[in-house]
Ligand binder design. Structure first.
Ligand code: HEC
Length: 189
């Protein structure tokens, strides 16, 4: 019976470790530095500003500052309020400095989107996992420091297993956009 006792106690240790790391990642988050974000914060991706292959916005009215960083050839730190999206369902939002130093104050979101709007499915810091089981932070932290966790194609992250034309199609198919905002595609014959 001894091995069973050892196995179950090691499972307990693993569970406790997971619990403690969840608590400590929350403790690291300073809520005073948090920008208020609800389901209604997120809108049609095509209404955001396109930068190369992704889209940006700013929740604090500082879009010019966000664009300055996003278009800088040498990178830089995105200003608080920055919203960055590649696909409709995955978002990074920059909180105020000090919210969570581990993620450089980025919060990761996975959304459910439909023609009635957005619903936040998961949000948080280092612990957020997307629908494919991938941890957002684990991939994005590989970006070289000057790129502030933004991966693009050549910032040091492992590439996504999705072709760029497929990503563009997903962006155009955002169900939150009004039909007139999306360029019509030729009907299949
Ligand atoms: C398997 C690794 C991986 C995972 C997991 C992952 N990403 Fe990314 N993400 C990337 C890569 C690589 C790019 C750049 C792709 C490109 O431009 O072709 C990217 C692009 C993005 C972008 C556009 C800005 C940028 O960094 O280029 C955002 C925003 C984003 N991801 C958010 C998320 C969120 C939120 C999650 C979790 C819900 C997530 N990602 C999970 C690797 C990942």
């Amino acid at each position: 019976m001894k091995p069973f006792i050892n196995i179950s106690s090691s499972i307990r240790v693993v569970l406790l470790g997971a619990l403690l790391s969840a608590i400590s990642s929350n403790a690291a988050a300073d809520d005073a530095k948090k920008i208020d974000i609800t389901d209604d914060t997120f809108k049609c991706i095509q209404e955001m500003k396109p930068v190369r292959g992704f889209f940006v916005g700013n929740l604090l009215g500082k879009l010019d500052d966000t664009l300055k960083t996003a278009t800088s050839a040498s990178g830089g730190r995105y200003p608080p309020g920055s919203v960055v999206q590649l696909v409709p369902t995955e978002v990074m939002v920059k909180h105020k400095e000090g919210w969570n130093p581990a993620t450089k104050d980025w919060e990761f979101f996975e959304l459910e989107v439909s023609n009635s709007g957005s619903k936040i499915k998961t949000r948080g810091a280092v612990e957020v996992v997307n629908r494919f089981g991938g941890n957002c932070f684990a991939c994005h932290v590989a970006a070289k420091p000057e790129w502030d966790l933004i991966c693009e194609k050549d910032h040091g992250c492992a590439p996504l297993p999705i072709a760029t034309d497929r990503i563009v199609a997903i962006q155009k198919a955002d169900p939150r956009c009004k039909p007139t905002e999306v360029k019509p595609v030729a009907a299949a014959k």
